[in-house]
Design a protein around this ligand. Structure first.
Ligand SMILES: [Zn+2]
Length: 218
């Protein structure tokens, strides 16, 4: 079946496919999409349309629409699922990042967590800051090698509360990463956090920080 005659349009549809869910719930095409190392596409079922997004470190199944109001003889897309294939980040990296953020006060600061797919190791990248003030920060996202992935982007709001600003939303719109804002660095009860998964243009709230042994809830 030809989905598009124009080769460019066909390439776009091939890169981001969309498959109906058979009544059984499974098909070879959907299995291949779910098993891909990196990429994304959609499946359409009687209960809605689901984004299936994969990165070497992330598995995301997320229903983006409700089902059609008309009868559709399809199976169900099923429930949402988010899985960090890389596992949780060692808590000691968060301790080091918080030390760095406190040392940068009153200015904002930033840090990235990289994950090496081959070795399974995590590392911190403190980006070169082009401009920093207590309310603004300009820095570049690292460009890691083929085995390495930026999985988490943390920045501080200094002594201000943690929340995602309009600037943060613009910065995160095209990224696939966990974004963390650290605020209240001067609070006696400890900092507070805002955390979300950015993927496919969505911002999905996460119930906790992606760090193991984290002494803090989000
Ligand atoms: Zn911010």
């Amino acid at each position: 079946m030809i989905l598009a005659e124009d080769p460019t349009a066909a390439a776009v549809l091939d890169a981001v496919p969309c498959y109906p869910v058979p009544p059984s719930g499974r098909s070879p095409a959907i299995d291949t999409l779910r098993a891909s190392r990196a990429g994304h596409g959609f499946i359409v079922g009687s209960d809605g349309m689901m984004l299936i997004l994969r990165r070497p470190w992330l598995k995301l199944d997320y229903r983006v629409t409700e089902g059609p109001e008309c009868h559709a003889p399809y199976g169900e897309v099923g429930s949402d699922a988010t899985l960090l294939l890389c596992g949780l980040i060692p808590g000691e990296l968060l301790v080091r990042i918080l030390d760095h953020f406190r040392a940068s006060l009153p200015n904002e600061a930033a840090a990235f967590i990289l994950w090496n797919e081959r070795t399974g190791e995590f590392s911190i990248d403190f980006p070169e800051i082009e401009a920093a003030t207590p309310s603004r920060l300009v820095y570049r996202t690292p460009q890691p090698g083929p085995d390495c992935h930026v999985i988490c982007d943390l920045h501080s709001h200094g002594t201000m509360p943690a929340f995602f600003s309009a600037t943060d939303n613009e910065d995160d719109a095209h990224a696939t990463k966990v974004a963390v804002v650290v605020g209240g660095l001067s609070y006696p009860e400890g900092p507070d956090f805002a955390v979300r998964l950015c993927a496919g243009g969505l911002f999905i709230p996460l119930p906790r920080l992606p760090f193991a042994e984290a002494a803090y809830a989000a």
